[in-house]
Design a protein around this ligand. Structure first.
Ligand SMILES: [Zn+2]
Length: 1152
């Protein structure tokens, strides 16, 4: 009977509303007659009418729901009862006064302040070692006027004096190679099947046919794929070619990684994966780095190659004007020194190629028309031709004299750009040497040319086939340097080679953002892999002590290796860059997703094992996983769905995992089925919670999903067991519920939904705050300013979304290039719907503007999340064409001289300078984890959870490009636009820091350092606390310890536990080795800003390996190079180890 009453009630309400509506409608119809009615009053009446209309519509909907439910009830559907209850639960109080200031009780949170002892900041305070070429100054110096240089269009005419080679003949090293992209136009597997295996098969027979022939190869992903198909005799032949020096592996990474958007930990990982494979299968250690195709070059890569034990490196894609400048000063070969280097220990010998491209027309010398005639794959009748319309001809006795002389002229000109009369000429291109004829044509014709040249003593030339290391060896010999020593007589250069332009104003700053969905997915997967690696290594070591253990060590390692290789592959310069074809992108993403799901399983299994009280009783059953994963993605292109924990009156266990090396007290948010909950910490104390509604759309919330937040305390590198259960309403005094205010809502009525009060108000300015800061918003729902509560100082910080179009010219923006049609335009947000949720632990503002669901979050937390403002955007530009959307932050920070700082690979901060002489797109740089601007008082930082392009175009501004949808190819070989945009989520933190009054002035230097708080906030963003909920169907668990920490004590603030990676015994064997690689990174930081929100001390980078881990312990350690190729010495476990600032130390450790 009751339900029919409800139905009647609702119907009556509808009638009343309708009558009211008619009255208002007639009033508005007659409006024109009341001419003296003020405009404001008319507007108010008008808006009221709209609201009544909306209410009416909504009530019709409610009535429909009630009708439907009644129908379902009649059919005996018990779930309908719950639905009806919710529909009737809403207490409407349209007339109730809306409080003018709605503010929850915010508990003052005390944050731990980290004291920096005297002298611990000397690194940032001391100027770095000097250099001869500083790239930051080079950019000031170069006019970027792009004059026509003749045959070498971007350079200058080269002349030489033949007497140069009188005493020391010109040495020519011709290096045949094939550049194989592990995925680009085709997928990895399709390239392997169609080309790569033929290239490598040919390599063996064609090199064996003539011992003067040479070849080199870089990508271990392909090489290992090929290796799987070889029989033992073939493997033996390959090993012999390697041993004889005819075949060289260069770099030896899994891929030739991108250097702009890849994160340093993934760069190291992909190198370790390749080098470990080489150690197991070939027994070789690469000597030279080879990066001919990444779109710009980072000094981070030079540092890594140096610390991995490589002796030389080569780079190619550098801005044409920079190449010209370095060529004019004979500085194309240099010792690449890190900006932060204090003692010259990072110098890495680097060769920069001088011309436009790595193809044959641009490698023999300055004239592409001539060089193309020496690419014998382009002989007439083949598929490739010379665009300069002079094809190559076969070398014969009749033409060899003339042909050799012309070629030598090119070699001599190229040699004139370098210092030591050795010239490197590479002979190859993408996927070359897949056909036997190509081998014969290239090697056969060059042999004739070289035989002729070498037989002419008055030409003073020695030409030969060689590998990259042959070139560097010859150069050292000429420089009088011992093998493997750093060559002398070369300039020291510091800085980076972004942003790359290959011609005109074609800057490759588009790919810093292209396919941001996958750039984000990559980071999430990387964090999961690191978490899985560390927990797995700890759990496996402990399981070895338990003879009866059923811990699935091999099965889990197999899962981890799948994840390692999928992420290693994705660091390729056409993968993470977003420059592959649509189907290739999907192929990568499916691999990453599979690997990530593997890691989540490993984390759940290992966390359970590590917390198990009695490990001998631990029984692994793959069909029953006791713990679930935190979230899942249904497909490679979908956003994650959080696991909703079904709550019962009996407590459910949730394990929280902190993968960082310091204890964390920060807010954790669970998705649960009930609003009234009780959360207990590992000691059994009830903790304060905040329950939030889960919104299905703007104004409707779910009745079976809620979000519960609480401050969790989890030890360093450790696990904490929390429990959560459903309780009766009003029985948990520690439970809090937020107050919700909506602006520009459909309805005007304020309602109470269970414990939630929802007010609907007319647009106004408002603020949210925690005990540290107050964030003010405009009536459009965007941040206006931030006030630091302690000093009451206000900083203007305006958030704006802007759009770029594409230039109105033949060549437009695409996957690689950013060619905007002028400055960005503001996106008109109109009167957006705004939802403000204010709670005791967390307050959020949700604004729904065109293309963006923008959330700003302020946490009242003792952790780092309480010191910064969180920004979460969900962006969807699928309906737009030739459109790029950016988030711009406009502050009143007075950064002088257009200076701003962006990170390189999350490893170091590079100073940038807005260059007015360059086009807009040239001033965009990769932002991999962080960017900041600063003045004498404050620093304003943006931390990002994914790589994006960004810039500071005006004083006080920082902006990041969020997504780009481009309808056309940009003529760099991809042959398609970027139209596969997704709904993409982005996480940022913004941090406003005030300089300490006693901060020491820092020397003027070309780089910067993050503050300690900035560094910790970035780590928190990249490695959020991991939630491991008890599986739905599991009712009982074997007893668990309340907590586990791997560390004896927290590591010092400046040390980051980068990885603990269990090694493989052999390729294809998943038995875990007893050895794991431990990588510890010491940050350098700027001490000018206060450090608070985390607990740690500063030790000057010191620790002992014996004292580091508690359970398991380190029982043996060997110091090793960064990719584990060169072991140096056994480390005395009890002696303090010292890591220098910025450095990463690697150890091979035994755990037991
Ligand atoms: Zn490539």
């Amino acid at each position: 009977m009751k339900k029919y009453m409800a139905l009647m009630g609702a119907a009556m309400f509808g009638v009343v509303c309708f009558s009211l509506y008619l009255m208002m409608e007639s009033a508005s119809m007659n409006q024109s007659r009341y001419t003296d009615l003020g405009k404001d009053e008319v507007d108010v009446i008008d808006s009221k009418i709209h609201q009544i209309e909306a209410d009416l519509q909504k009530n019709h909907k409610s009535i429909d729901v009630i009708k439907e439910v009644v129908g379902q009830l009649a059919q005996g559907d018990s779930r309908a009862l719950e639905k009806l209850k919710n529909a009737l639960d809403i207490e409407v109080h349209g007339d109730a006064p809306v409080p003018s200031r709605i503010k929850p009780n915010i508990t003052a949170i005390s944050r731990n302040v980290v004291r920096v002892p005297e002298g611990m900041c000397s690194f940032a305070e001391t100027p770095p070692a000097g250099t001869d070429v500083q790239m930051l100054n080079v950019f000031d110096h170069i006019p970027f006027d792009n004059p026509n240089g003749g045959v070498w269009k971007q350079g200058f005419p080269i002349s030489y004096d033949v007497s140069t080679w009188q005493d020391k003949p010109l040495k020519v090293i011709l290096v045949p190679h094939s550049h194989c992209d592990p995925g680009w136009i085709k997928t990895f597997e399709a390239y392997y099947r169609d080309q790569v295996r033929h290239i490598l098969n040919n390599m063996v027979t064609k090199l064996e046919a003539d011992s003067s022939r040479k070849f080199m190869y870089a990508e271990i992903s392909f090489f290992s794929r090929w290796w799987q198909e070889l029989d033992e005799s073939m493997k033996g032949r390959v090993r012999r070619l390697v041993k004889s020096g005819q075949f060289e592996i260069v770099t030896g990474g899994w891929v030739m990684n991108d250097e702009a958007v890849s994160h340093y930990s993934a760069m190291i990982d992909q190198m370790i994966e390749g080098h470990q494979w080489l150690e197991h299968e070939l027994g070789v250690k690469p000597k030279s780095g080879w990066a001919i195709d990444p779109f710009g070059h980072s000094p981070t890569m030079a540092y890594f190659l140096k610390r991995m034990g490589l002796k030389n490196m080569l780079i190619q894609r550098v801005h044409y004007s920079v190449k010209k400048y370095l060529a004019q000063t004979k500085n194309l070969e240099f010792l690449w020194r890190q900006n932060w280097d204090h003692d010259g220990s990072t110098d890495m010998f680097c060769h920069m190629m001088p011309f436009y491209s790595y193809d044959v027309p641009h490698t023999c010398g300055p004239d592409p028309k001539i060089c193309c005639q020496y690419d014998f794959k382009r002989l007439p009748g083949g598929r490739v031709t010379c665009p300069w319309r002079v094809p190559p001809v076969p070398i014969t006795n009749n033409n060899v004299a003339q042909k050799a002389e012309i070629l030598l002229d090119q070699y001599r000109k190229k040699a004139s750009l370098y210092r030591n009369n050795v010239v490197l000429v590479i002979l190859g291109d993408d996927f070359r040497y897949d056909k036997p004829e190509e081998w014969e044509n290239q090697f056969g014709n060059y042999k004739k040319l070289f035989d002729y040249m070498n037989a002419k003593p008055d030409w003073h030339v020695q030409a030969q086939f060689g590998t990259l290391s042959d070139y560097f060896d010859a150069l050292r010999e000429r420089a009088g340097t011992e093998a493997d020593d750093t060559p002398t007589g070369y300039p020291r250069l510091a800085g980076d080679f972004f942003t790359y332009a290959d011609r005109d104003d074609h800057y490759w700053s588009g790919y810093f953002t292209s396919r941001p969905f996958y750039k984000h997915l990559d980071r999430v997967a990387e964090s999961n892999l690191r978490k899985a690696e560390v927990l797995y290594s700890l759990a496996t070591a402990l399981s070895r002590k338990q003879a009866s253990s059923t811990f699935p060590a091999s099965a889990m390692l197999e899962k981890i290796i799948v994840a390692r290789r999928s992420l290693a592959l994705f660091q390729h310069h056409d993968a993470i860059t977003g420059t592959g074809k649509d189907h290739v992108v999907i192929d990568y993403a499916n691999m990453i997703l599979n690997g990530m799901q593997n890691c989540k399983t490993v984390i759940s299994v290992c966390a359970h094992y590590l917390l198990a009280k009695d490990k001998s009783q631990y029984a692994h059953d793959p069909s029953t996983l006791y713990f679930d994963v935190d979230e899942q993605r249904v497909a490679q292109d979908s956003l994650p769905q959080k696991t909703v924990i079904k709550l019962l009156p009996e407590p459910r266990t949730v394990i929280l995992y902190n993968s960082l090396s310091q204890e964390r007290s920060d807010i954790v948010r669970l998705y649960v089925s009930e609003p009234f909950v009780e959360v207990k910490d590992p000691l059994g104390n009830v903790v304060q919670t905040q329950t939030d509604l889960f919104w299905m759309n703007n104004e409707e919330s779910s009745s079976d999903i809620y979000k519960v937040s609480f401050v969790a305390q989890v030890p360093a590198l450790g696990l904490s067991k929390y429990t959560i259960r459903k309780v009766q309403e009003g029985t948990n005094p520690s439970a809090t519920f937020p107050v919700i205010v909506m602006y520009n809502a459909q309805s005007t009525t304020s309602i109470t939904r269970g414990p939630f009060k929802i007010f609907r108000k007319i647009t106004e300015e408002f603020s949210i705050e925690n005990s540290d800061m107050k964030v003010q918003f405009s009536n459009g729902g965007m941040i206006k300013s931030i006030t630091t509560v302690k000093d009451g100082q206000v900083n203007q910080v305006q958030v704006q979304f802007v759009k770029y179009g594409t230039i109105n010219a033949k060549e437009k923006s695409g996957a690689y290039l950013f060619l905007p049609n002028g400055p960005a335009q503001n996106i008109d947000v109109g009167n957006p719907f705004i939802r403000v949720v204010q709670g005791a632990l967390m307050s959020e503002v949700h604004v729904f503007i065109p293309h963006v669901e923008h959330t700003v979050r302020v946490c009242n937390s003792p952790g780092t999340s309480g010191s910064s403002v969180g920004i979460h955007n969900i962006v969807d530009i699928r309906g737009e064409s030739n459109y790029e959307i950016a988030m711009r932050l406009m502050t009143d920070i007075q950064n002088s001289d257009g200076q701003f700082f962006t990170d390189l690979n999350g490893f170091q901060m590079q100073k940038r300078k807005m260059q007015r002489k360059l086009p807009l797109q040239a001033n965009f740089y990769p932002i991999s984890t962080m960017a900041y601007i600063q003045d004498g008082q404050s620093r304003f930082s943006v931390m990002t959870a994914q790589s994006l392009g960004g810039s500071s175009l005006k004083t006080g501004w920082l902006e990041v490009v969020l997504d780009r949808r481009l309808m056309q190819d940009d003529n760099r070989g991809l042959m398609q636009g970027v139209k596969d945009n997704k709904r993409t989520d982005y996480q940022f933190r913004i941090l406003l820091e005030r300089k300490l009054s006693d901060a020491k002035p820092l020397p003027t230097q070309p780089m910067g350092y993050p503050s300690l708080l900035g560094q910790m906030s970035s780590l928190d963003l990249l490695h959020p606390m991991h939630i491991i909920p008890q599986s739905q169907h599991v009712t009982t668990l074997t007893p668990l310890e309340p907590q586990y920490s791997a560390l004896t004590a927290d590591l010092p603030c400046e040390l980051h536990f980068l990885n603990l990676r269990t090694l493989q015994i052999a390729e294809g064997d998943f038995t875990p080795s007893q050895t794991a690689a431990l990588l510890v990174h010491r940050f350098a930081f700027d001490c000018s800003y206060p450090a608070y929100g985390f607990k740690c001390s500063i030790s000057g980078g010191q620790f002992t390996l014996e004292g580091m881990l508690k359970s398991p312990r380190i029982t043996k350690a060997t110091s090793t190079s960064l990719s584990l190729m060169y072991d140096s010495h056994n480390v005395d476990l009890t002696t303090a180890v010292q890591i220098h600032p910025m450095e990463i130390n690697a150890y091979k450790v035994h755990l037991s």
